[in-house]
Design a protein around this ligand. Structure first.
Ligand code: ADP
Length: 176
């Protein structure tokens, strides 16, 4: 247990259905939509989301930008661009950590009380789930310890096996 009193939770399902203040999109650098969770978010949000994304002129890997949520239950979408896994020697861990940190800063700045993350980079971008989830949990814990906002971070897993990875990490003390 991590002493964060339930401020980090794991759920399984479709992130586009979550009733949270902000959801994070695993976007690509163009911010103009793609497959996976990105495609699902654009489909659920409707065309207003793509129109706003066009005004943002893309996003660097490891960084993030906010839009409105349009037809989503979520008020905001935080679009972050994860690294493509290339074996782990091209700075991928630092870039992935930066995705989580930057997204959490933007969520806090917006005043989001709850934010949900997909498993960034672990789909088409090929980042191994165990290593990626370890970074996600480490960064969420560090951020929440230092900030009262957001109150709650959800890790939204698309598969039962991903869910088990996150739950195992959250049941370990930090640094284990
Ligand atoms: P990336 O390009 O960053 O790897 P993907 O969208 O391919 O992004 O995959 C990231 C993660 O999002 C994967 O674990 C994938 O299974 C998951 N995913 C796909 N669709 C959804 C969805 N609707 N809700 C939550 N997670 C999803």
């Amino acid at each position: 247990m991590d002493g964060l009193d339930g401020r980090i939770r794991v759920v399984k399902g479709d992130i586009t259905t979550l009733e949270v203040d902000a959801i994070v999109n695993a976007a690509n650098a163009s911010l103009l939509g793609g497959g996976g969770v990105d495609g699902a978010i654009h489909r659920a949000a409707g065309p207003g989301l793509l129109a706003e994304c066009r005004t943002l002129h893309g996003c660097d890997t490891g960084s993030a930008k906010v839009t409105a949520g349009y037809r989503l239950p979520a008020r905001w979408v935080i679009h972050t661009v994860g690294p493509v896994w290339a074996g782990g020697t091209r700075g991928e861990p630092g870039l992935l950590a930066s995705c989580y940190r930057t997204s959490l800063v933007l969520a806090a700045t917006a005043g989001a009380r709850s934010v949900a993350f997909p498993a960034i980079s672990t789909g088409v971008y090929g980042y191994p789930i165990e290593a990626a989830a370890r970074i996600a949990v480490r960064e969420a814990r560090a951020f929440l310890r230092a900030s009262r906002v957001p109150e709650t971070v959800f890790f939204c897993c698309f598969s039962q096996s991903d869910r088990e990875v996150y739950e195992a990490l959250l049941n370990q003390p930090e640094g284990a």
